[in-house]
Design a protein around this ligand. Sequence first.
Ligand SMILES: Nc1ncnc2c1ncn2[C@@H]1O[C@H](COP(=O)(O)OP(=O)(O)OP(=O)(O)O)[C@@H](O)[C@H]1O
Ligand SMILES: [Mg+2]
Length: 236
Amino acid sequence: MEPRAIIDLRNVSRVYRMGLVEVHALRGINMQISPGERVAIMGPSGSGKTTCLNIIGALDRPTSGQVIIDGTDITQMSEKELTRIRRDKLSFIFQFFNLIPVLTAFENVELPLLIAGVDEEKRRDEVERLLQLVGLEERATHRPDELSGGEQQRVAIARALAKPPGSASSTIILADEPTGDLDTVTGEEVMEVLLRSAKKEESTLVVVTHDPDVGAKLDRVLSMRDGLVTNGSRGN
Ligand SMILES: Nc1ncnc2c1ncn2[C@@H]1O[C@H](COP(=O)(O)OP(=O)(O)OP(=O)(O)O)[C@@H](O)[C@H]1O
Ligand SMILES: [Mg+2]
């Protein structure tokens, strides 16, 4: 039996209203992603990739259709409930690292665990494990401005993987062009770390990328065009 989809979009539309003009950013898309699957979203600029990711991540709501995350329909949830879903299940990695500048690498990774009320010893073990996973145990006490771009993004990956122990299900990591602000070689290294870490942690990964080589390394590439998913071919 196919495992239940952890991400399930049903006929999702998103219309942006700009005065009298309507932009149909998503035109009724269906998307089912299995737990632990690693998927790339590719497509031209303006095709709706970021809009789609923001809706999966409960940062935006669809104009119509249903969003079901890990079996729960979140479409009509209150802001308070959505905040809890984001905290427990969803992580974002953005193009510009979004680390907190006054905190060290260690503290940036620790923050989601602190917010979730994990006790100090468990936090320390988990942060050390995650920094090691992304190869940054030597940089734990550096602040973001004391790290290279690639290192900053690896901290962001470690932070994205930090979820309270015993969370009901594996994390969903949503990454919107996570290497877009890095040079080619550094970008490739960071992408390697992201793919390897997501696999090791059995996280579900949805990554927006323009790089076909990245797409080729994932389980599946979803192609978007004009607000629609035009294929869902399974890769290797
Ligand atoms: N807040 C907004 N208000 C109005 N229109 C928007 C808004 N955000 C996006 N759009 C429009 O919706 C469409 C889809 O935008 P989206 O950002 O999802 O594209 P994208 O595929 O992520 O593109 P890119 O590759 O350039 O990041 C575009 O036509 C865009 O102009
Ligand atoms: Mg985008």
